[in-house]
Design a protein around this ligand. Structure first.
Ligand code: ZN
Length: 72
């Protein structure tokens, strides 16, 4: 699959460089809840900014996400 991001963007792969991306942006009414949040490097998150997800993005998210569980 083609990388949709410009080559000039430098992805930060260090775990401490991760940010929380809201798939449906908070500015568009997206929830600050697990089902709307994914990890993203700072550069990707800044590039996406307030772009709304496509229907394909939402379907991918639905397939990949499941409610988190806690095991003790
Ligand atoms: Zn990135």
């Amino acid at each position: 699959m083609e990388d949709p991001l410009p080559q000039r963007i430098r992805h930060r792969k260090r775990p401490d460089a991760a940010t929380i991306d809201h798939v449906v942006p908070r500015t568009l009414g997206g929830a600050a809840e697990w089902y709307n949040e994914v990890a993203a490097c700072r550069a990707c998150n800044a590039t996406k900014a307030d772009t709304p997800p496509t229907p394909q993005d939402l379907e991918k998210l639905r397939l990949l996400k499941s409610r988190p569980t806690v095991e003790c």
